[in-house]
Write a protein that binds this ligand. Structure first.
Ligand SMILES: [Zn+2]
Length: 310
């Protein structure tokens, strides 16, 4: 499977002590290497997105604002938790580019699945606003790109980050040919999601402490039936790993084994409707050790060979 990365993803920093830190990617790489998964990946170098394509998902005013130069060693604050350094803009373009490259690759049949180990993340970025550690929304852009460029008519987005993907909902609500299925902890940042903004939004709020039992129920009763009814041609995953019980920013009780279980279920659905068409992109996950283990579990599932029905 394709694994997209770029050294520039580690140059974007929001300052010492910020949880969305370059060390997250180091932790992922080290764990994948320790578990001998790294050599099994088909490593791809991310390329910058064509800037014009960002207008599929974002307002020109926002994109213009993000081009403002930031001096070396300085930070330009977007909100109290989110700021740009001199490398953020380039990293952001490479991150979106990685996800679109991955879409092209899975649709061309070059790889069964793809994981994009990108920073900054994207799912809080709305059409006209950057926020919540995110500047532009890679997964929402990928959904619209798959519809526009590849003429797909049924693109599914799964968002299992512990925080609601308000940005993805803002951009994709009521968009034809797109389904968004998400879970998130109710009552934490950004506070949205309990009232879906579109008929194509399936939002599953979870209570603090929700664990494997809640995941099993969510998969069986909501995610899988919705995906089966939709019959996706492509599955995009906003893969945040901050619902892990060790994560410092939230209060769910998932484990790395849960991420393998969830991914197995998603692979099974796509194998039925669109074998090998999963593009997963890193969102949150702030306990470095748990993040490494969780991404390894996710990738372990994505690496499993296709089992054809008898
Ligand atoms: Zn998150």
């Amino acid at each position: 499977m394709h694994f997209y990365s770029h050294p520039r993803f580690q140059d974007h920093s929001m300052g010492s002590g910020h949880p969305e830190c370059p060390e997250r990617l180091v932790a992922i790489e080290e764990t994948l290497k320790a578990r001998a998964l790294w050599p099994q990946l088909d490593h791809q170098v991310a390329k910058s997105v064509d800037i014009g394509l960002l207008e599929l998902a974002h307002a020109k005013d926002l994109l213009q604002r993000l081009t403002l130069p930031v001096a070396q060693g300085s930070y330009e604050f977007i909100d109290p938790d989110t700021c740009m350094n001199a490398h953020t803009y380039e990293a952001m373009l490479l991150a979106s580019g990685a996800v679109l490259q991955a879409v092209d690759a899975v649709l061309a049949g070059e790889t069964r699945h793809a994981f994009c180990a990108v920073r900054p993340p994207g799912h809080h970025a709305e059409r006209s606003s950057s926020m919540g550690f995110c500047f532009v929304n890679h997964i929402a852009l990928a959904a619209l790109y798959a519809r526009e460029k590849h003429k797909l008519t049924r693109v599914a987005v799964i968002d299992f980050d512990v925080h609601h993907g308000n940005g993805t909902e803002d951009i994709l609500a009521n968009e034809e040919g797109v389904l968004m299925v998400s879970s998130f902890q109710q009552g934490i940042y950004p506070g949205s999601g309990t009232r879906p903004r579109g008929t194509n939004m399936v939002n599953i709020p979870l209570q603090a402490g929700a664990d494997s039992a809640a995941i099993g129920s969510m998969l069986k009763n909501h995610w899988i039936p919705q995906l089966e009814a939709f019959e996706p041609q492509l599955l995009l995953i906003s893969a945040g790993f901050d619902a892990h019980r060790e994560d410092p920013l939230a209060g769910l009780a998932w484990t790395e084994d849960d991420y393998e279980q969830i991914t197995d279920a998603l692979v099974q659905v796509t194998d039925t409707f669109c074998p090998g068409r999963i593009v997963s992109s890193l969102e949150g996950g702030y306990c470095l050790d748990a993040l490494g283990r969780s991404v390894s579990s996710h990738i372990t599932s994505l690496l499993k060979p296709l089992v054809l029905a008898a």
